[in-house]
Design a binder for this molecule. Structure first.
Ligand SMILES: NC(=O)c1ccc[n+]([C@@H]2O[C@H](COP(=O)([O-])OP(=O)(O)OC[C@H]3O[C@@H](n4cnc5c(N)ncnc54)[C@H](OP(=O)(O)O)[C@@H]3O)[C@@H](O)[C@H]2O)c1
Length: 260
């Protein structure tokens, strides 16, 4: 029995990276998929298109919607098209993120605005627009967080938005309890996606981490599928850390480094 059979999942920022892996896993778990991306005409749109075909190839329905989650009207269009196409929504996966890699004191005003508009407001816009649909299906919301929500990194202002969103997850879990909507987060460790290529330029010792401490996109996607499935019905308001034990082993890192 497929855990998400005949359900509909919308994954923001699913043309590339972790979102792409989540969309694929949800489809193989039986769901129809809404793939969202922001940038038109590039490799992002191309990769989203390939995923769309792959999902249709396994007999599920999929369609792509270009929408910038930071723009309220764009988000309205995303959910209106989802409703028009599938007539329902069971899972909202808040995965899209975009942020500069530099300390707060060096951020220009437009970068600060993008940080908040994409990574905080954008997620709230999505939750607000998804609610009428999620209410009908007693659906689920899963937010993708990162270790920056709880650990300092000078080049990662996105961490503060992740911390704020983990708090929103707790608030919404209580606020939406009466509507039978469960709200949780998956906090990922370090994953080698396109954004990692930029992060490594600002994180001096990251290449010294052993490969065993890097998380695969699929490992995050598996936990998202679990949080969407009925097996997780008693979990709400929680953030599950999926980091192969990196945060737990933080006091041993100098030892790891000296052995290299
Ligand atoms: N990589 C890691 O180490 C890591 C670890 C833990 C958690 N995470 C989190 O996991 C999520 C995915 O990360 P990733 O590394 O896979 O990122 P990524 O490779 O940079 O991909 C980001 C995705 O989000 C989309 N996106 C960006 N801004 C958007 C917007 N305003 N509206 C709609 N879509 C937008 C991008 O679409 P376009 O290409 O069209 O812009 C792309 O599909 C993020 O929330 C990230 O913080 C990442």
């Amino acid at each position: 029995m497929l855990p998400l059979k005949d359900k509909v999942a919308l994954i923001t920022g699913s043309s590339r990276g972790i979102g792409n892996a989540i969309a694929r896993k949800c489809a193989y778990a039986g769901a129809d998929i809404v793939i969202n991306y922001r940038k038109t005409g590039g490799t992002s749109q191309e990769q989203g298109g390939q995923l769309c075909k792959e999902i249709e190839g396994i007999g599920r329905r999929a369609f792509m919607v270009q929408a910038d989650i930071a723009v309220k009207d764009s988000v309205k269009k995303l959910f209106a098209e989802t409703n028009e196409k599938f007539g329902r929504l069971d899972y909202l996966i808040l995965n899209a993120a975009k942020a500069p890699f530099k300390p707060f004191e060096k951020l220009f005003e437009r970068e600060l605005r993008q940080l908040v508009e994409t990574n905080y407001l954008g997620n709230i816009f999505c939750i607000q627009e998804a609610l009428p649909l999620l209410e009908k299906s007693s659906g689920k919301i899963v937010f993708i967080s990162s270790l920056g929500s709880r650990f300092y990194n000078p080049a990662y202002p996105l961490g503060s938005m992740k911390a704020a969103m983990e708090s929103v997850v707790r608030d919404c879990a209580e606020g939406l309890r009466s509507k039978k909507i469960l709200v949780n987060a998956v906090c990922g460790g370090i994953v080698k996606t396109d954004s990692f290529k930029v992060l490594r330029q600002y994180w001096e010792h990251i290449d010294m981490l052993p490969d065993t401490l890097f998380v695969e996109p699929d490992e995050i996607a598996d936990v998202v599928v679990f949080l969407c499935s009925t097996e997780s019905r008693a979990i709400t308001g929680q953030t599950i850390i999926v980091d192969r034990g990196l945060s737990n082993a933080i006091c041993r890192l100098p030892e790891v480094k000296s052995k290299e």
